[in-house]
Design a binder for this molecule. Sequence first.
Ligand code: CTP
Ligand code: MG
Length: 409
Amino acid sequence: MLPVPHTAIIVVAAGSGTRLDAGAPKAFVGIDTHSILRHALDGVFAAAPAQVIVVAPAGFEGDAEAELRAAAGDRVELGRVVTGGDTRQSSVAAGLAALWGDVRTVLVHDAARALTAPATIDAVAAAVDEQTGVIPTLPVIDTLKKIDGDDIVGPVDRSELAAAMTPQGFPRALLEDAYATALASGVEYTDDAALFAAAGHPVRRIDGSPRGFKITTPADLERARHLLATAPGSTAEPRPSAAALSASSPSTSLPRVGLGTDVHAFGGEGTLWLAGLEWPGEQPLSGHSDGDAVAHAIVDALLGAAGLGDIGEHFGTAHTEYAGAHADVFLARTREILAEAGFAIGNVSVQFQGNRPRFSARRAEAQQALSTALGGAAVSVTATTTDGLGFAGRGEGIAVTAVALVVPA
Ligand code: CTP
Ligand code: MG
């Protein structure tokens, strides 16, 4: 017999996954050879021993049991499966009803946050005390606006805001009382922290990790797949990751360079987008997204430097969410992909070959836009004509070459 733990983790997995729309309840959708639920439970069982209650969709209790057994190993007696409800709140309530008597701290965790690190789970559990709830948060990155219909009515100071994640931890007795109150009032809260705070209890935050993101849309599932495919010890198809390569080579901390080129023909509708800027009056380039060959060459140079594939793999036509996207979206996401694999961006140098547009007047502006999208990394842009030679010289299109330096962070 294992000692009875004082912590329980309720893993809510009873949602249908409407937004993922993958033909099965979300928890049972595969990331690689393993489901979202299995990955979530692997993280949970790698954390300090706790009672583990999996809340499954009605009719999927047997499947959840199988995933629980596979993940639990010799801790299988700590786990059980219960049936969830129509709302997340009712699913958590079903989990609470299954707590063992000795449990004093309860963590509620979304199965959909499948790649949450065990260290985050342990940190939340350790920070809970007899009065206080604890949630992991991430800083808000986007610039936020208050809106009224289509009108921007004011700024929002994002330093006052944080994005809430799970697991959220609470002292058991107060959480049970807060749930009883919520049930009696019929109010649905957006998360357990809101429900706990509504009952008058304090909630504090600790730093979450980007790996704890919630798989909600097909793009999120892609992100999880990518992270697993590039992680050491990956269960996905074997592709040596940048992290694995640098860990096993003597050049661990050496910077790495990458090269990217892109060519686009002039054509298509609308205005030209190049180097993250709109160029009114200039002929547009054709291509998936906005045809911004400068941004695309930079993306390939960065991914190439880190050994993380190429632009087609991450942003190609299969990724319909990027259709029509501009440079800031591609570059910010590329920076995120590199950061997740442990790389910081040193600098980027990019050269544009073509007759138009004339770059010199807007060079500083372009460098600033690209640098901002890359989180402040130095970007230099140079431009040249080709003396009338080749497709660029004939004015049929442009060619761009980028070189990037990345540093294992
Ligand atoms: N959840 C649950 N019971 C519900 C609804 C949600 O246990 N009735 C769980 C989900 O399984 C998920 C977590 O709560 O792990 C967060 O919910 P969300 O990401 O919204 O998942 P779904 O509700 O499944 O997705 P969607 O809203 O797109 O249908
Ligand atoms: Mg939902």
